[in-house]
Design a protein around this ligand. Sequence first.
Ligand code: SF4
Ligand code: FES
Length: 971
Amino acid sequence: MTTTTTPKTAPGEGGALAARPPQGDLVTLTIDEVEVAVPKGTLVIRAAEQVGIQIPRFCDHPLLAPVGACRQCLVEVSTPDREGNLKAMPKPQASCTLEATAGMVVRTQRSSAVAEKAQHGVMELLLINHPLDCPVCDKGGECPLQNQAMSNGRATTRFVDVKRTFPKPIAISTEILLDRERCILCQRCTRFSREIAGDPFIDLQQRGAAQQIGTFSPEVLGFAGELPGTVGEVPQGTTADAFAPAGDAPRGPALADESGRPFASYFSGNTIQICPVGALTNAAYRFRARPFDLVSTPSIAEHDSCGSAIRIDHRRGVVLRRLAGDDPVVNEEWITDKDRFAFTWQSAPDRVTTPLVRDDASGELVPASWAEALEIAADGLAAARRSGGVGVLPGGRLTVEDAYAYAKLARVALGTNDVDHRVRPHSAEEEAFLGAHVAGAGVTVTFADLETAPAVLLVALEAEEEAGVTFLRLRKGVLAGATRVFSVAPLASRGLERLSGTLVPAAPGTEAEVLDAVTDRAPSGPLADTAAALAAPGAVVLVGERLAGVPGGLSAVLRLAQRTGARVAWIPRRAGERGAVEAGALPALLPGGRPVADARARVDLAAQWDVESLPATPGRATGAILAAAAAGEIAGLLVGGVDPADLPDPSLATAALDRARFVVSLEVRRSAVTERADVVLPVAPPSEKAGTYLNWEGRPRAFAQALSSTAMADHRVLDALADAMGVDLGLRTTADVHAELDALGPWDGLRLAPPQEPAREPVVVGPGQAVLASWHTLLDAGRLQDGEAFLAGTAKRPVARLSAATAAGVGVPDRGLVQVSTDAGAVVLPVVVTDMPDHVVWLPLNAPGCAVRATLHADAGALVHLGAVSAQVAGPDAGARPTGRRARGATAQPRVPDAGPREPAWGVGAVHRVDPHADHDHADHDHAGHDHAGHDHAGHGAGHDRADHRTDGDGTGHDRGPQHGRSGTGA
Ligand code: SF4
Ligand code: FES
């Protein structure tokens, strides 16, 4: 089975081109008597910015394709004719769609009465129906319409009629509310959804005066229906509930995704931010603050390894919202909804606010002073060190400073290399890969490289789910026609479809085998295509952390890179993973990629750390540490931000915590670890400390402390803990850590040898069994999304994916229920029949009701049992399923590998294109396309509507007309 997905937006249509800076020759023009030379292709509005002239605008956005929808940016333009005589254009021109040409003379509102009058006129039209919401509108105080009405509008209004109103707001999703009468139809939101995210969930609907933004309706696009509450699932008691009157929902539900939930986007929050009025608002933030009440602190998002710039807005010690920061080299101006909305976990009611120690008498955790808790922790760890040793599990969400403190404390104060930040499937092969290829390597592949790479191969990585803005960069490259995306995965995800990507199918566990088959000797097909594409200069292989769970996988990636010349970048999920690798929070690696086994590296580091020697034997990895603790071989555990549910075997983790004689937990909130700890030391969440993440590029992403707090960062707590143990860690402040890292410098010695594991035989699938495929979805049951019900409402519902043959074999129809079980437990989910290898089942890794690791004690590549839930439908052994099948990469058809030679199945299928119009899951795109046709009309229609309205706007946004009735003269 091979899939080449088709673009939802034609190359060149999207903002990818808009965002690409013009290249080539310079042209010289004059703007308001100022001569300026700009690259050919530069828009007049940008050229004006370069000489400090601000032309008012609404629809213009530097990262979106020009559209000329609002007409606010009109300027007077003259251009030279063939003889060089300057000729004035007959009407004012939209400067956001007009390219600068040589000799052009532009006069803006600053020097042209014509331009000023035109801008005043447009503003007056925009304000005709704009409501008098400014005093209560979330956008008030930061609203481009409000601001530009003051700077570029009329002083008085001539509008005397009744304003058009709509019942308000309607819930576009649980997270986003729409006040339609505030909308000025600039189409920034719809263009973002279509051009950048590729998942249009709103669009212009209706025509003339009735034109408005709305969700897609499968029937008539309108809002006259009687189905309140069909869009999104608004939590009870929310603003949307309170304000959305019955009968005001769009007619018919928003198009549902395959799980039955109205379709939403992982990037929808960006539309709120770029809406130039208060038409799109955040349900959680609505009416909670005014911009001038807020203190803003630039920061870095903690939810993935992209290191996206954000802005934290807080008031009196409470974070009220987060916005995307503007960082052209990393996230441009976009972030995921998780980065934007998931911050309440940091102030959850279960925050640990004081040190806790376990009371001997009651066995309960009781509050203690810092001095008391540190003393007990230090004594306990020292005793544990003497009687079996201490394992250190920092977790993967730390700053570089914190991870470094764990790495140093383990070696200096606890005398062990048993330290590992990985709280997920991991392997010695992975550590060798990280030591050889990642640690100390610096920035090798960048976001910008992804935009221009001729080919990007994703291996064990769903970019949209696991590294959101990486997906947006890839899409940008794809839409610009520069990049082709390939993915080694068991199925073509919706994200891959929106990248127009080519699936190189691989059943779980067969990735190494498939990667080794990507050669120029492969028969024509996706393997040969991928090999040829990767051979082009600039090609990149992006490897997800999940490949650590596939023996031989990372070795195969390095072999592939060697064969093709492609560069390799590792993209873990958590924000702190890359930094922890650099900091030496691994059993065989010291800071900077120094191998533990290298005597020179140890001597080097011991001198720097002012100790006589460092432990010379590479330590145990997370799994081995937990197994040793569970077996009583390790006496103590020092645990950072670790959730046992993230571990491959959560029960082993809890057994280890239960069995260890002494456990110290550094945590933000109460957890399964704190409940088993002897001492709990509270630490600060990201908004209450300063620090640095290293993003997957290897780029330092420093952030400042946003909130005043007495909570301390991990490194400071560890410094105090070491002090109580009689060790001077010297890491009290971030400056201390930076000074030490600077003094340490880069490592110029040998690195760990790259792994050379062969591919393993795929597992043999028995009757009623399947191989598990699984990964995290962006929004799931993770603890860092706790307390954010609005965001949770936009998450995908969990489903189980099976091929048609596998589903038939189990006796489960599409949308029927399947039970996926192991000896440890079972989950039951609706089935979505998917084009994927047979004898494979895909489950979301940690969705509500589908905690794969905690329930099944299994991970991707494991064997699970399938069964129909209803006996009436089919029993677990129903259907013909031959024994001894191998779940290998990949064929779309059922087959019996044992009956024939083990030819590479990946060569079997011909490339076929997924027809998006045939895919009901994405039927909304059809509507999107349908609506696109209306966009032209939309812009013009909007203009007509406005022109038809008689106006009495005072030009300030403070129209005096009543808030009811309608004046849709253009209808
Ligand atoms: S809702 Fe969309 S079209 Fe309307 S003003 Fe906001 S961004 Fe523009
Ligand atoms: S900003 Fe130029 S038309 Fe809208």
